[in-house]
Ligand binder design. Sequence first.
Ligand code: CTP
Length: 550
Amino acid sequence: MARLIDTIRFDTTIAEAQQILLHSESDLVILDAAGDRIGTISRRDVDTAAHYGFSRGAVIGHMTVQHQRGQDSDDAPHFLSFLRSRLAPDLWHLLTVAANQAEARGWQLFLVGGAVRDLLLNSQNEFDNLLIEDIDLVVDGGDQAADAGAGVELARSLQAQYPQARLEIHAKFQTAALLWHDDPVFKSLGVDIATARTEFYPYPAANPAVAAGSIQQDLYRRDFTINALAIRLTHSRGDDLLDFFGGRLDLQTKQIRVLHANSFIEDPTRIYRAVRFAVRLGFTIEPQTEQLIRYAIASGIFQQVRVRVSADESAPANPNFRAVTPALQTRLRSELKYVLQTSYWLPALHQLADLGALTCIHSSLKADAHLWRQLRGGETAMRMSNVECRMANGNPLPVWLFRLEILLAHLPPEHRAEAAAGLQLPVETSDRLKKLAAAEDNLSTAFLNPLPSHSVQVLKFYDVPMLVLVAVRSDSTLRKIIWRYLTDWSLIKPPLNGKALKALGYKPGAQFKQILEALMNAKLDGEIRDRAEAEVFLQQNFPLFLKPTE
Ligand code: CTP
């Protein structure tokens, strides 16, 4: 007997779907309010959702495979010509060359990711020549190219046409990149070419393993619906926008939505990405997605991985974890770096804190009023014209790193350096954080005596980044002294130098240093102002030295 296909509405709960699936062997087809098919859900999807506590959630948030939405409507623009009208002609030409080369091999080529998202987001704007610096392409080579790595082959052949671009190949991931640098036409363009793939994660937070797959599966492994749109660049008989997961609707309604319930467990750095996109685009994180974020954080996914690594340290017989964790920590570091150098870093950090996501950096990192004050203080310090935070190699301390140091300094002292090392921050940063508590102790004595020379005696042993870090964390008395030191006292020069002393007849020797220091202190404390006063000071305080006989 022919089976009837079970259909359910998009707002059916997971618990109800579970009941229905007790009597059904096939996947359930999900319909939208208008009765159109928008996706399917399997028993496994439903069980997973229930397992993660979403029994009362609607099935629409857990659909695993959905058919294309919005494409067959009459008003669907032809995205390819739309794309052509928005791109700089040279960029459009590049895409055409790539598409022709793919087509010649019987492959399909898609523009995916941020470029499609931004193109659709800016569709209301009048301006042309959309500035795109990162182009993500995916080649679907079908079975023929599963082993060969169609993406890599296409990148090679494209480079033959564009020899000025540098070719980078990541054979393991079947991806390649063409990179232009300071190019008169393409400026700093990067074109990533990937082979359509599905990724499966051997276990949560692992490096993804790659298997051959189609464009739909490739898009399904991505982070959010708005990033899972694709434009077909090779010849198509109609639809050139692929929207399997409702990304266009989410762009219109300004929602950040994951594609499936396990997304954050598979890649916890997506928590940071969700917030980054939400704040940058002025979107909201859709409620079920937010629940999934909170669930992933509560499950301690970051901590679990860290614990496994420390266990691994004492048990080298387990080689997998070591290879895995750096990947996760490296991705977290990139996300932190990315967000902390944007103009919207502070609201993003607030939202991350509200979600409890700062614990991804370290389980004991909690935001409170002190931390926000310190971060704002750090901004003031960076705007001070005389204060230059430089690294040991002379380069300026990057703002993102400085902001991250303030964050990590908020941890209990014993965890600071460990957290910095975990994020693979420069040794200098770990070192500073390691020495911070002792420095704070010592510097708290800097104002016990009101004379500037006394404060300078304590302050002069620390470099600028350490002093700034202490200043933003300290009470206003010490902070004022540190600012005064950095902007004024540390710039004061002694009224006489060694050479001048020699000319006055003082003999270089052990006392020389003492004399210079005394001169310097007197200058700092306002006892002497110029050379003449310095000479009087010398006669009064170091009269043992006789003036040379003419
Ligand atoms: N991606 C993902 N999960 C991640 C990182 C990236 O699914 N953890 C996917 C998304 O589809 C994303 C694409 O890879 O669109 C490219 O990633 P990236 O360049 O980091 O982001 P963009 O979307 O291009 O965003 P941006 O404009 O901020 O560069």
